[in-house]
Design a binder for this molecule. Structure first.
Ligand SMILES: Nc1nc2c(c(=O)[nH]1)N[C@H]1C(S)=C(S)[C@@H](COP(=O)(O)OP(=O)(O)OC[C@H]3O[C@@H](n4cnc5c(N)ncnc54)[C@H](O)[C@@H]3O)O[C@H]1N2
Ligand code: MOO
Length: 407
């Protein structure tokens, strides 16, 4: 450990999020708005239903003269899309189908199961009450009603709502632009054949996917060699091209080839912090270069991903103007005992399942090495252990963060 205490995860997150707000907005066709974040309220431009309509197939009647045993004269038909324009008088009924407009004068629906038809007469087998099976005009919403508040991510259900309300265009947040740069002489791009001592770079792929899933727009800046000028040039390019965030991986630690901080410092970065009291991810760095936030993540794929999950995802949400920025902590039962934790907050990879009573159970993966992508991909949660937490027996309550939450 270092001489001075390192920042806690929550303090570091507060610094990363400081001053982060929406980066802009644009109007998009509602059909292309899935997953986008609303920046203006979605208000109804129409009333729905726009007219009183029937919820069932049967007869539009006046409840007052449609009591059990009554006989009514059928004067016409109203079906969805085909309005019967004549008003309905006492002793009359109109054949109606689901979605059909109620004729003037009708106030209830006699369902056909409770009616006996004979030529132009219909007998009421079971009397009706006023309003029965009638959908009032504006039952769902009225023109001008605010239906979705800003700051929410548009779900498939909301896309349908936007369509129904006559909102051909919706105003959504511009996607924050995130550049993702890997550093390391040992890295080759996916698909290339690694030579001895080389490995395939996976961080760009995982982090770009994570950014996109969180609602941002990722640009893969590829791999920079462990060379100060090369890294400087890539950082400069990200700043000059107006990226909102630059994420680097690798070169964050204390080795002779760990050049991220010096490269960014040489470009004029204001360093906010370097190193935090967490595992994995201790060597994480955060700073600003002009208007661009810069997250320097460790190279180990698991460390990079856990840091991105904890810091980059909330940052993207903040830059989208989302109302809910933070991950949700849940409680679960530990499947096995865990030894005492040290001074670093620990994010233990594991699986969250539910027992036969629906109780959530968190099972830590057996191996926690921060290079192990397979364990990470197999995990669906992080078990969060406080700094200096004592030993935890099997069955005790622990805190978990799901890795699948993209609401
Ligand atoms: N003497 C010390 N050594 C290390 C410390 C320390 O405090 N003192 N910290 C360790 C911790 S914790 C971590 S985490 C790593 C992070 O180091 P770097 O950020 O400098 O990462 P690299 O050394 O560049 O790479 C680490 C590891 O990850 C592989 N890697 C890098 N980039 C990618 C990529 N894009 N895709 C897949 N894999 C990647 C790389 O080959 C290395 O194996 O430092 C410890 N050391
Ligand atoms: O922090 Mo490192 O991320 O322990 O592997």
């Amino acid at each position: 450990m270092t001489g001075q205490p390192l920042l806690s995860v929550s303090d570091a997150l507060a610094r990363v999020l400081a001053g982060a707000g929406p980066v802009g907005s644009e109007a998009v066709d509602y059909a292309a708005a899935l997953g986008r974040t609303l920046v203006e309220p979605l208000a109804a431009r129409r009333t729905q239903p726009p007219f009183r309509s029937s919820a069932m197939d049967g007869y539009a009647v006046r409840a007052a003269n449609a009591q059990t045993g009554a006989e009514l004269r059928v004067i016409g038909e109203s079906s969805a899309g085909h309005v019967f324009e004549q008003p309905l008088n006492s002793g009359e009924a109109v054949r109606i189908f689901t979605g059909g407009a109620l004729p003037e004068g009708a106030d209830a629906i006699l369902i056909q199961e409770n009616a006996k038809r004979d030529a132009d007469r219909v007998r009421v087998l079971t009397g009706v009450t006023e309003g029965q099976f009638v959908r009032a005009e504006g039952l769902d919403f009225r023109s001008g009603d605010v239906l979705v508040e800003p700051g929410q991510r548009l779900s498939p259900r909301m896309v349908g709502l936007a369509a129904a309300t006559g909102n051909v265009q919706v105003h959504v947040a511009r996607k924050p632009c995130v550049a993702v740069l890997s550093t390391g002489d040992e890295l080759v791009p996916p698909g290339a054949e690694p030579r001895r001592g080389q490995i395939t770079a996976s961080n760009n792929s995982a982090l770009c996917a994570l950014v996109e899933a969180a609602g941002g727009e990722a640009t893969d800046f590829g791999i920079a060699a462990d060379d100060l000028d090369t890294i400087r040039a890539a950082c400069r390019r990200a700043r000059d091209e107006g990226f909102d965030v630059l994420v680097t991986t690798g070169g964050a630690s204390v080795g002779d080839h760990d050049l991220i901080r010096p490269a960014l410092a040489a470009e004029g970065m204001t360093l906010d912090f370097w190193r935090i009291a967490m595992r994995p991810g201790r060597p994480m760095m955060f700073g600003t270069l002009g208007g661009m936030r810069t997250l320097g993540l460790p190279g180990n794929p698991v460390s990079a991903h856990v840091c991105a999950w904890l810091f980059l995802v909330p940052l993207v949400r903040a830059l989208l103007g989302r109302r809910e920025i933070h991950h949700r902590l849940e409680r679960a039962q530990l499947s096995i005992a865990l030894p005492a934790n040290d001074w670093r907050e620990d994010y233990v990879r594991g699986r969250l399942t539910f027992d036969s009573h629906g109780v959530p159970v968190a099972s830590p993966a057996q191996k926690q090495d921060s290079s192990m992508l397979r364990v990470l991909a197999d995990s669906n949660c992080l078990i969060v252990r406080a700094a200096n937490e004592g030993p935890q027996p099997a069955g005790s309550v622990c805190r978990v963060l799901r890795l699948t939450d993209f609401d």
